[in-house]
Design a protein around this ligand. Structure first.
Ligand SMILES: Cc1cc2nc3c(=O)[nH]c(=O)nc-3n(C[C@H](O)[C@H](O)[C@H](O)COP(=O)(O)O)c2cc1C
Length: 413
């Protein structure tokens, strides 16, 4: 038995924003290399729920999960693990994928549908299919073009890019990279002057809505084991991009990290939206909703959208699959706010199931991160195309010529 001591590591994105405190870990007698290889296999299986993933040398991915092995071959282990793993025992991570597989589709026959229009509207923006890119942090660690490549891919695929506060480029750089529609996902700087200026920059850069992510409780074993952290220059750029322009190149990594740990407001409550409403007219969404009561509260304070999400199993472990919460929430909201969902979308049939259960559209997180790491902008474009082809097939097979024809009766109850 070997005892390893871990020092503080940084994870980013406000619910995971603070330094994790010093943790000690017992390991068994296996070598580091062996256990790392075993970990990698376990993670690919946990992420897919299946062992059949494409090998790194396969030329053309034919399904979203093919990008897991391709990205694994390209990335340092710690970065691959950061994207792929979930919190604690990964119960929620696995459940997100497994729940979709439990839901069964009952297609009506002989409907005469041979073509489908996949387009839909979210918050009045027409998108070419009900799949958007979810906010994902640290995109610059997966590919040099990072968020700029993701923005171009979303624009050319005709869909929306929800840009993380921690994406790795400034809101202006991402806006300039591609003309497509964008939403901004806000983690809240404690300094409200910085927060207000950031929101103003988001508006000036023509983002169309603001998502406030509110779920907390990230506790990822792999990131602690790997001591995963942002390189210094990326952390400095991230903090400056948010608006902490005073930070100097001369600051040590420890100083920057300590600043980062203090910079974010992790204790916001519902009245934060009053403040946000007072500084912007943009539509507002709340991300991380799993309870009907919270969805109704969001409606009661006039929020425009609700993202049913457990953060892809990266926050508190043991939460239910997001897809299992969609139907109750959509029924309660009754169209008074847009209901979107994310978590576990790996197939076009998953998109159909989510829409049938009441989501207006879905967001994909890991799929676009894996694809970005594997093949930059073309990878992200391809991952959207794979979902488009599969979703179109699912629509035609269920006799839906338009997205608004997809309904609950297609799901076996
Ligand atoms: C590597 C990574 C980083 C993420 N960073 C953020 C973030 O900065 N802000 C946020 O609201 N959600 C973040 N998320 C969560 C996603 O927006 C989304 O909720 C989740 O990935 C959906 O599950 P999926 O990965 O199964 O598609 C991140 C997810 C991943 C995989």
């Amino acid at each position: 038995m070997k005892r390893r001591r871990f020092t503080q590591i940084l994870s980013f994105g406000a619910g995971s924003m603070s330094f994790l405190s010093v943790a000690a870990q017992e390991t068994d007698g296996s070598t580091d290399e062996q256990s790392q290889d075993d970990d990698r296999d376990d993670q690919a299986v946990a992420a897919t729920g299946s062992e059949r993933v494409v090998s790194a040398s396969s030329p053309q991915p034919v399904k979203v999960e093919d990008y897991i092995a391709l990205s694994q071959a390209k990335l340092p282990k710690a970065t691959f693990d950061y994207i792929t793993t979930g919190s604690a025992d990964e119960i929620t991570l696995r459940e997100n994928v497994a729940a979709f597989r439990r839901i069964k589709v009952l297609p009506p026959l002989l409907t005469g549908v041979a073509k489908a229009d996949l387009s839909t509207r979210v918050l009045n923006e027409r998108i070419s299919l009900p799949v958007m890119l979810a906010p994902v942090a640290a995109l610059g660690m997966y590919h040099p073009q990072g968020a700029l490549a993701a923005a171009s891919a979303a624009a050319s695929a005709g869909t929306l890019f929800a840009v993380s506060s921690s994406a790795g480029h400034s809101v202006e750089e991402i806006a300039a990279a591609a003309p497509g529609p964008k939403w901004f996902q806000l983690y809240v700087p404690k300094d409200r002057t910085v927060a207000r200026r950031l929101v103003e920059r988001v508006e000036r850069s023509c983002y169309q809505a603001i998502i406030v992510t509110v779920d907390l409780g990230e506790w990822k074993d792999a990131d602690r084991r790997n001591r995963f952290s942002l390189p210094k220059q990326m952390l400095l750029k991230h903090l400056r991009d948010v608006g902490h322009e005073q930070l100097s190149d001369k600051m040590s990594y420890e100083e920057l990290s300590a600043f980062n740990a203090r910079a974010w407001d992790l204790s916001i409550s519902w009245n934060f939206f009053d403040w946000l409403r007072s500084v912007t007219k943009l539509p507002l969404l709340v991300k991380g909703v799993l309870r009907k009561e919270d969805a109704l509260r969001a409606v009661s304070i006039g929020l425009d959208g609700i993202i049913v999400s457990n953060h892809g199993g990266r926050r508190l472990d043991g939460m239910p699959a997001s897809i299992d919460r969609v139907s109750e929430i959509a029924e309660a909201v009754q169209g008074r706010a847009e209901v979107l969902m994310d978590g576990g979308i790996r197939r076009g049939t998953d998109v159909l199931k989510a829409v049938a259960l009441g989501a207006k559209a879905v967001l994909i997180g890991r799929p676009h991160a894996w694809a970005l790491a594997s093949d930059g902008e073309s990878g992200v474009r391809r991952v959207i195309e794979l979902l488009r082809e599969e979703f179109e097939n699912a629509m035609i097979a269920t006799g839906c010529a338009r997205v608004d024809e997809i309904n609950r009766s297609l799901i076996q109850s």
